[in-house]
Design a protein around this ligand. Structure first.
Ligand code: 0O2
Length: 229
């Protein structure tokens, strides 16, 4: 997930990437519609991000520590949207994007401890304006390469001056250790068209196991501190 909340130049580039050559009139129309759609996703992303910041604030007052170490948000860029549409055999239209691509708006919440991931999930899903669309628990069921993270697709309303829109946002919750592994694996291999060497895959898997062990130990320390105080 790269930070990218598109300016006009990057939006124009995205539109070219997504919809190919268009007449000036068509391009102008797409530009306006795409800009509007992306602004809705940006608002939804801000809504969900604020919810996590509020939870972090409340928790830090109650327990004198922050469950959230960092929050990163991004809007998916045109190239990635196009790749996903192609991969799913979908047409390159705005309707197909809105109906089928759930991670245009993405928020990654990096938690201090393993238990915080599930605490934050529960606290978010309890809110009555949030609807869970899909849940993938790659912490309980890691991917074969060792990737771990909790992925939620949620729907959240945004209130505009004269309408309410329900938008989808992808939330990835993970610990600092899971995040370090994923960031490094992303740089080294994820989606890269490089030859896969079994030795590298094995080493990365071992690193993921070490991260899992680290999370377990840190959580045990957290538990001891709670019981002792
Ligand atoms: P980027 O560059 O992070 O934005 P779907 O089509 O939505 O049903 P999808 O897209 O496979 O299925 O969803 P999934 O499995 O929930 O994972 C999508 C996101 O999780 C990815 O986004 C990554 O951010 C992250 N992810 C999943 N697997 C891996 C992995 O093996 N390594 C790393 N480093 N990250 C992973 P994007 O859009 O693919 O990429």
């Amino acid at each position: 997930m790269s930070e990218n909340v598109g300016g006009e130049a990057s939006l124009l580039k995205d539109i070219n990437n997504l919809f190919g050559d268009k007449s000036p009139d068509e391009a102008r129309e797409l530009f306006t519609s795409m800009r509007l759609l992306l602004s809705y996703y940006k608002c939804a992303m801000m809504e969900v991000e604020t919810k996590f910041r509020v939870l972090n604030e409340e928790f830090s007052l109650q327990y004198d520590r922050n469950p959230i170490n960092a929050i990163k948000s991004r809007l998916k860029d045109g190239v990635s949207i196009r790749e996903k549409l192609l991969r799913k055999g979908l047409p390159q239209t705005l309707d197909a994007i809105e109906e089928n691509i759930y991670d245009i708006a993405g928020i990654r919440v990096v938690c201090s401890f393993y238990k915080d991931v599930y605490y934050l999930e529960e606290a978010l899903l309890k809110q009555d304006d949030i609807t869970l669309i899909r849940r993938k628990d790659y912490i309980e069921n890691p991917k074969p390469n060792g990737y771990r993270s909790l992925h939620l697709i949620v729907a959240v309303p945004i209130f505009l001056s004269n309408q309410k829109k329900i938008m989808k946002v992808e939330v990835q919750l993970r610990t600092i250790a899971m995040d370090s592994w994923a960031s490094m694996e992303h740089q080294l291999l994820y989606k890269k068209k490089v030859e896969r060497l079994p030795q590298i895959d094995r080493e990365l898997y071992k690193c993921a196991e070490l991260c899992r062990e680290l999370d377990g130990r840190m959580d045990m320390l957290r538990q001891i501190m709670i019981e002792e105080n």
